[in-house]
Design a protein around this ligand. Structure first.
Ligand SMILES: [Fe+2]
Ligand SMILES: [Fe+2]
Length: 322
């Protein structure tokens, strides 16, 4: 079993402002710079990417960065609220006041993160995010809404979404770390330091959240009887294809529509760009980039220790069971 920090240790850390995510206040974004490493954008994995001009790749990168922020916001606002709030009443959680406190702190921190990322997107592109509109690319599709709704409803019985939550929290940390370690991108020059600074700051709270996720996974899925664990594993694997398959109505294609709107000289290539995004469904390098041991070592260790996830590699291309 992985040794998680105790709820008391987590609470102690979260009371130290040095170890907590703080608002970056008003920041200045340089629109001549890329926002995210190129390998965190979808088209990077397709041959079409190299055929785009510098300014097209740059704008695509920036729009993709906004989309990534929206994705993190979606998790913080929807999944965490719906999953963690009801989990406080779980029979193995409710009598542990220190753990309840860690959960409540985490929910509160995620509400703040949502505001920080919404503000970042608005600073980058006030035209795309007018006051009152935080989402442009990630208006949640019906199936995701249904999944989040089900996750909340079932949270006390089936906590499979906790695996997903842990994977996403850990991968947001990997993105921030990669931005710090390799500020220079492959073809677009140095990342915008202000954009990166919000992600680096975000990492502080997420490092603690990973432990809350771990404790909750052990207490809910881990401590349940075999049949329930099997059902959790099946639901998790079923949920994955919805996450790893880009669709015409999905946020990746919405980024293409926006790119072409802003750069109409690409109109003739719009269908080609959309096809490239949709082709990622069966693109091994792209699929491996979503879930892999480098960006989510702790989550993968949790998967390794879960016997019901022995065939996870069938649905998750980057999973190398150990
Ligand atoms: Fe967060
Ligand atoms: Fe988090």
């Amino acid at each position: 079993m992985i040794e998680w920090l105790s709820p008391d240790q987590i609470n102690k850390l979260s009371s130290d402002p040095q170890k907590c995510t703080q608002s970056k206040g008003a920041i200045r974004i340089d629109m001549r710079k890329p926002f995210v490493p190129e390998e965190y954008t979808q088209l990077y994995f397709t041959p079409v990417y190299a055929s785009l001009h510098h300014e097209h790749r740059l704008r695509y990168n920036q729009l993709s960065g906004l989309r990534i922020n929206e994705y993190i916001m979606m998790l913080e606002a929807d999944l965490i609220e719906r999953l963690l709030v009801p989990l406080r009443h779980h029979p193995r959680v409710r009598d542990n006041p220190a753990l309840i406190q860690s959960i409540e702190t985490m929910v509160e921190e995620e509400r703040r993160h949502y505001q920080y990322f919404a503000a970042l997107n608005r600073t980058c592109r006030p035209d795309l995010y007018p006051e009152g509109q935080d989402r442009r690319f990630s208006r949640v599709p019906v199936w995701t809404k249904a999944m989040f709704w089900t996750a909340g409803l079932l949270a006390n019985r089936l906590a499979f979404s906790l695996w997903y939550l842990m994977a996403m929290e850990e991968s947001s940390m990997a993105l921030a770390r990669d931005m710090t370690r390799r500020p220079e991108t492959e073809t677009l020059g140095a990342l915008d330091p202000a954009f990166a600074s919000v992600h680096q700051e975000h990492m502080k709270d997420e490092a603690r959240h990973l432990h809350v996720d771990g404790i909750l996974i052990d207490l809910t899925i881990g401590a349940s009887e075999r049949l329930r664990r099997v059902v959790n594993a099946k639901l998790f694997q079923a949920m994955l294809s919805g996450i790893t398959t880009p669709t015409r109505g999905g946020s990746g294609v919405k980024v293409i529509h926006q790119l072409v709107r802003e750069m109409p000289e690409l109109t003739d290539r719009k269908d080609e760009l959309i096809r490239a995004v949709l082709s990622l469904k069966s693109n091994k390098a792209f699929q491996e980039s979503l879930f892999n041991r480098r960006i989510m070592p702790v989550t993968f260790k949790v998967f390794d220790q879960t016997s019901e996830l022995a065939d996870l590699g069938d649905r998750m291309a980057g999973y190398d069971r150990r």
